[in-house]
Every structure is written in structure tokens, then in C-alpha cells.
Design a protein around this ligand. Structure first.
Ligand code: SAH
Length: 263
């Protein structure tokens, strides 16, 4: 390969043809769908997506040194944008037929997911996300309450998304080989979710609880609420429980109560 991969940008390029084919199949692109690919890199997945002939295709790549090559290869079939996805304004992409793909840079994968979820204008629409994570991050996203991986990311992801594991992917499918196993996930937006004034409040609450995940929930409740006793009664909480014992709905309820109080 003529590109020297940059560790700082999380560059582990996919090289396994079967995995690339599988990711594309899972995306199930129809002719009326629009596609966004985050971090196309050297463009192996991009090539496979183009064969499915999406209506519109946009790729966003931060690494300037890859852009010339991407433009040469894909100019006729895709809009190539040289930007940092974390700074990109998503508004113009909102579409109920939008499918987003990303073999994500692992150092910012949860930030990328959080950005999509925490879009606060109600109208950011998309159909599905097909994202590759490092396995342990995928496990945190999928975790249920009362398990060791359960935490902020599980609660935040399932607030708006249904997530499902497709498969684990071996380091040998990438160049250079990452040190960890990867996991491919598919997400679909929930048709109904609890509406908050600001998603930051949910992040704030889960931060306070999971900051000390082994401690009893009495402390974080007292930090967040002056009248914590009333809330404990209202939600019938046992203050001796640990944060991981509270199910997701309880955190969403706590966030609603919190938002009313800070108004
Ligand atoms: N999709 C390609 C590359 C995956 S590696 C493949 O599967 O082969 C991750 C890619 O994300 C790299 O190309 C890296 O340059 C790009 N990237 C890293 N940070 C980014 C950011 N903030 N915004 C957009 N792209 C980014």
C-alpha cells in the first residue's frame, strides 16, 4: 500500500474483501437511499458502496493527504468532503433515506456516535447506521443493566437507537492490524424516545452516577437533587443500589425530573 497509515487518525484500513462485502450487504442500500461514509480512507468500502448505486453519496475524510486519491477515484459518483466529522454540521444531511457507514477511527468512535445521537434539533433523520467499533466499545454500547459493561454509553445509545451486533471482526482483516478485535454494529432510530430539553443533561446525570460506579446511588442523588428524598420515594429507589443496578428507563426518568428542577 502506498499510503503510510496515521495512528493519530485511527487509520486501520479494511483489506478483507468478504468483510467489505458483508458490511455493504448489511447496509441494504436501495436506489432511493442516500449514503454518508465517515472516514473513507483509501476507499475500499467506498468502492463497494458505489456498486449499490445510492441516489446521493457523500464521504467525509479528515486526512488531507487522502483527498486527492479519493477525488480521482470517486469524483463521478460521490461528493468528497475534506473535513473533521466532529465539526461538520449535519443539518444538510438529514433525510429519512440516509444510511451512514463508518469503519470508525477508534479513538473517537464514541464521540462520533454521541454526536449523531445528541443532535438537538428534532429533525435529524436517518434510516440506519453501520459502524465498526473496537469490541469493548461495542460491548459497552450493547450492555444491559446489572452487567459490568453497563454505563453511560449504553444508556445514551439506547435513548434514541436500537443497536444490534452483526459480527466480530479479526484484526487480520485490517492494515495495519489493530491490537484489538473489532465488532460491526447496526443501529436503527427508535420511533419513540423520551424527549429532553437538552441531551447534555442526560450526559451530565450519567456522568455523575458512573463517575464512581462502585459507590451507592445515595451520593450522586444528593449531588443532583436537593430534594433527593422525594425522588427516591417517587421512583421507589433503593439508595443502597449501585448505578449499574438502575435500568435505562430510570435514568431517563431522573433526567426528566432534573430538567424540570433546573428550569
Ligand atoms: N473506511 C476506511 C478507513 C477506516 S480508518 C476503511 O475501512 O478502509 C478510519 C478513517 O477515518 C481514516 O481514513 C481516517 O483518516 C478517518 N478519520 C479520522 N478522524 C476523522 C474525523 N474526525 N473525521 C473524518 N474522518 C476521520
Amino acid at each position: 500500500m502506498d499510503v503510510i497509515p496515521k495512528k493519530s487518525l485511527g487509520q486501520n484500513f479494511l483489506i478483507d474483501k468478504n468483510v467489505i462485502k458483508k458490511i455493504c450487504e448489511v447496509g441494504n442500500i436501495n436506489k432511493q437511499d442516500n449514503v454518508l461514509e465517515i472516514g473513507p480512507g483509501t476507499g475500499k468500502l467506498t468502492e463497494a458502496i458505489i456498486l449499490k448505486k445510492p441516489q446521493k453519496f457523500i464521504v467525509i475524510e479528515k486526512d488531507k493527504s487522502l483527498i486527492k486519491n479519493l477525488n480521482e477515484k470517486f469524483r463521478r459518483n460521490a461528493v468528497v468532503i475534506n473535513e473533521d466529522f466532529l465539526k461538520y454540521d449535519l443539518s444538510s444531511l438529514s433525510n429519512k433515506n440516509l444510511i451512514i457507514f463508518g469503519n470508525l477511527p477508534y479513538n473517537i468512535s464514541s464521540k462520533i456516535l454521541t454526536k449523531i445521537i445528541s443532535y438537538n434539533k428534532k429533525d435529524f433523520l436517518f434510516k440506519r447506521l453501520i459502524f465498526m467499533f473496537q469490541k469493548e466499545v461495542a460491548e459497552r454500547i450493547l450492555a444491559k443493566d446489572n452487567t459490568k459493561n453497563y454505563g453511560r454509553l449504553s444508556i445514551f445509545s439506547s435513548w434514541k437507537l436500537n443497536a444490534r451486533k452483526i459480527m466480530d471482526i479479526d484484526p487480520s482483516c485490517f492494515y495495519p492490524k489493530p491490537k484489538v478485535t473489532s465488532t460491526l454494529l447496526i443501529f436503527e432510530p427508535k420511533s419513540n424516545y423520551v424527549e429532553f430539553e437538552n441531551s447534555r443533561n442526560l450526559e451530565h446525570i450519567t456522568n455523575i452516577f458512573f463517575n464512581k460506579r462502585r459507590k451507592m446511588i445515595k451520593k450522586p442523588l444528593d449531588i443532583l437533587f436537593n430534594n433527593s428524598k422525594n425522588i427516591v420515594d417517587e421512583l421507589k429507589l433503593d439508595v443502597k443500589l449501585r448505578p449499574q443496578n438502575l435500568d435505562k428507563d430510570t435514568f431517563y426518568k431522573l433526567c426528566l425530573i432534573y430538567e424540570k428542577l433546573i428550569k
